[in-house]
Design a binder for this molecule. Sequence first.
Ligand SMILES: NC(=O)c1ccc[n+]([C@@H]2O[C@H](COP(=O)([O-])OP(=O)(O)OC[C@H]3O[C@@H](n4cnc5c(N)ncnc54)[C@H](OP(=O)(O)O)[C@@H]3O)[C@@H](O)[C@H]2O)c1
Length: 336
Amino acid sequence: MKQYELQHRSGLDSLTRVERADPRPGPGQVLIAVKACSLNFRDLLVARGAYGAPPPLGRVPLSDGAGEVIEIGAGVTRVKVGERVAGIFMQGWIAGDVTAEVAGTALGGAVDGMLSQYVVLSEQGVVKVPAHLSYVEAAALPCAAVTAWNALVRHARVKAGDVVVLQGTGGVSLFALQFARMHGARCIITSSSDEKLEIARRMGADETIHYGREPDWDRAVMARTDGRGADVVVEVGGAGTLEKSFNAVRPGGSVQLIGVLTGVAGPIPTAAILRRSITVQGIYVGSREMFEEMNRAIELHAMKPHIDRSFDFEQARVAYEHLAGASHAGKVAITF
Ligand SMILES: NC(=O)c1ccc[n+]([C@@H]2O[C@H](COP(=O)([O-])OP(=O)(O)OC[C@H]3O[C@@H](n4cnc5c(N)ncnc54)[C@H](OP(=O)(O)O)[C@@H]3O)[C@@H](O)[C@H]2O)c1
């Protein structure tokens, strides 16, 4: 079978196409013919050796993939041959809170990922995907969509009439836009690009802010909410945007801390947080239970992920470069 492995310590040159023996499922495992994968910003960090400790040489990258179950091992009852499934980001996180133990089971990081023609996963580590989605669309879900769902639905408990701020038009942010709209919230989205803001508008964004032209987007949020501020900010920027997120959120509102696009550490404006009773909630993707809950909502609303571009398996490196160039909106996919 064909697959990619990370064969150097850092950089996109580490992405190496190899041929390996086809795997077989053991007891409790399923063999999946992968049909599509999707890329996340995290996959760039992993390939660059900048996502915690560099992965061991030979690690198969990517957390996100969907495919068809083509063989099941002894004792498997959760899925059948022929079913369409996606792997869950943390193979060990079924339900409840994240733990150090399950955090050590992330596909394409701690354990081999999905950029492979065939993968063997535990039957516990997969979910069935919504019937109306193509494999490319289903492969968009495991990391970015589950993260957005965990932040907005599980933690922020978004509801009709809430104001939600989305930063940029990457994978997490556009899923968050869709889930916020699904729950009846008013969405304000920022971007570096008018074309991307137009895409967001077509997807239901109520207000758009070009943060290149309006770098004080926190003030713009205040102006557009008559000085009240947002109920929730979906924070994907990280250190460089956090202070503005605190300025943009209403007293008693929440900042869902997800991303590190601008860096992983910075000053903390403690007084602003405490005086205005802001909740800062760290988010680390989500559990299988959240993924299944989200899939029910996606199916009910016939929701479709926004796919920017799909690349052929042989062009995986070009797909990585496309994501790194940040000209995309939504998700970048790789097909087999
Ligand atoms: N904690 C978790 O569990 C978790 C899960 C998933 C992702 N993440 C993190 O969340 C972040 C987003 O991930 P992703 O996969 O959605 O990334 P992505 O698809 O690569 O999104 C990148 C986009 O973010 C926007 N952006 C970049 N810098 C920005 C800034 N300073 N302010 C506002 N927007 C900015 C840009 O969009 P525009 O051109 O439209 O501005 C850019 O195209 C990453 O840091 C990732 O590591 C964390």
